[in-house]
Design a protein around this ligand. Structure first.
Ligand SMILES: [Mn+2]
Length: 488
């Protein structure tokens, strides 16, 4: 007993010692890194005096004094990040160098091409927008910046953009109606003077030497599209946190199919404020814009695989997606390869659903269909029966279900699942797909749909609100257990 207590005491002491050592190590490391930053080469940086002069002209305090957070206000209301913290963080703060230590030993060619940096924004917080620009001016050899082009996508206050043109290299373009991200970027690109274009978000902070390895790689191979590793700026505290060095960028199949390549350059680091939602609305409504954009991509680029997109996004069926002829022409003109080539040679690790096992469509019981139903304020959609609606060509997305290789009955990210609560284990509802405990496995058995583990059958029971889905002992005579399904 005493031995036990002693051991516990010892291990606790050890844990505390380790913790103290770790904190000290981190502090020392931090200090080292900070002094490292301060001794950056003179050509890379404006002197303090030069900066002071420019900022006197620019009047930073005055710029930041508009629409400031006030005590009592919700600091997340305007921008969906903590505005109060953002305003506390100086525009020229010191960042920890998050690169692998081996990056510091790299040398870059003296004749790198210069770049035009395009930053688009719509009602961005002034504090984050300014910090984005100052971090660029502070951490980039000035001769490599041809210009910083701000594209103001019809923000409420034109001065958010205009006043910043007092900073070196900064230009401002403004849309006189809301155009959206890509048209704004194209506008910036059209007016750019440099050969290399760099697109940045409007709430970033670039880290030490961020641009050099990107330009170096482009010089070696001009067909590349390159990206930094994106570090995380915490939306609550604005702490700058290193992203894991495991690379997980967007793999743009369009670039690969048309003879380019997309590379994430590990020695280039840029921080970005990740948010849980957009603080602004899209020109055609958030869901509509998303569906339209992804549907256009599928229609132009995915060839015979586009039905997989529709299985995953049934809401896109029958939706208008505008004219894509010019995009198809572009694909033709650039002699881009088929989507299948991309799957075979660039991303063979990607598991493409086996077509014979993937079937989708409505699940019918007489004239009624299995249907999902969004309820205001509720996280999970309700599962119910409703009159079948929609046609083969124009299906009702709430009534389209996909049977997957994992024997799930799926719609979007939700799957038919047995209830988790003990007092109603027989209820069937919608939950996020992915349960491995067998609550989401179903198979067809004649006219019935059987829950694989319990061997009970999918059934419906009338309630005051309509119908509830349950499982019951299988009974071939019960009409509520007879289903027409799109899979066998
Ligand atoms: Mn962003």
């Amino acid at each position: 007993m005493a031995m036990n207590r002693l051991l516990r005491k010892l291990s606790l002491t050890l844990a505390i010692l380790l913790w103290v050592a770790a904190v000290l190590y981190f502090l020392v490391l931090n200090k080292y890194k900070v002094s490292d930053l301060e001794t950056e080469g003179p050509e890379a940086k404006l002197s303090v005096e030069e900066w002071d002069d420019l900022l006197d002209l620019f009047e930073e305090k005055r710029y930041l004094g508009v629409r400031r957070w006030r005590p009592g206000e919700d600091p997340y209301k305007l921008y969906a990040f903590n505005q109060r913290e953002s305003e506390r963080v100086p525009s020229n703060r010191v960042l920890r160098d998050t690169r692998d230590h081996r990056c510091t030993a790299l040398h870059y060619g003296p004749d790198l091409p210069s770049t035009s940096i395009v930053i688009t924004f719509h009602n961005e917080a002034r504090s984050t927008l300014l910090r984005t620009i100052r971090s660029i001016l502070n951490r980039t050899p000035i001769h490599l910046i041809q210009e910083i082009i701000l594209v103001d996508d019809f923000s409420k206050d034109p001065n958010d953009c205009l006043l910043l043109t007092k900073l070196p290299k900064v230009k401002c373009l403004r849309n006189y109606r809301r155009e959206g991200l890509i048209r704004s970027r194209v506008k910036g690109a059209d007016s750019a003077q440099a050969q290399v274009l760099t697109f940045l978000d409007s709430h970033c902070e670039v880290n030490k030497d961020w641009l050099l390895p990107l330009l170096q790689r482009l010089k070696e191979d001009p067909t590349c599209v390159v990206s930094p590793v994106i570090d995380i700026i915490n939306m609550d505290t604005f702490a700058y946190v290193a992203a894991s060095s495991e690379l997980h960028g967007e793999i743009s199949f369009r670039v690969w199919m048309c003879g380019g390549s997309l590379e994430i350059i590990p020695c280039s680091r840029v921080g970005h404020v990740f948010r849980k939602k957009h603080p602004y609305t899209f020109p055609e409504g958030n869901a509509n814009t998303y569906i339209k954009n992804t549907k256009r991509t599928a229609e132009v680029w995915m060839d015979e695989f586009k039905h997989l997109y529709y299985s995953a996004r049934p809401a896109a069926r029958g939706r208008d997606f505008g004219d894509v002829q010019s995009r198809k022409d572009l694909r033709e003109r650039l002699s881009c390869k088929p989507f299948r080539w991309y799957l075979d040679y660039i991303y063979p690790q990607l598991k493409v659903p086996d077509e014979s096992a993937l079937r989708s469509g409505p699940i019918r019981q007489r004239q009624n269909c299995l249907e999902s139903h969004q309820v205001e304020g509720q996280e999970l959609p309700m599962l119910t029966l409703g009159p079948c609606s929609g046609t083969e060509l124009d299906q009702n997305p709430d009534q389209v279900w996909t049977y997957t290789n994992e024997q799930q009955i799926r719609q979007g990210r939700f799957c038919l699942s047995l209830s988790r609560t003990t007092f109603s284990t027989f209820q069937v509802l919608l939950e996020p797909c992915g349960d491995r405990g067998g609550r989401q496995s179903w198979q067809r058995s004649g006219k019935q749909v059987e829950h694989v583990l319990s061997r009970l059958c999918l059934d419906s029971e009338a309630t005051v609100e309509g119908a509830e889905l349950v499982i019951n002992p299988c009974d071939r005579l019960a009409f509520t257990q007879r289903w027409e399904v799109p899979f066998s």
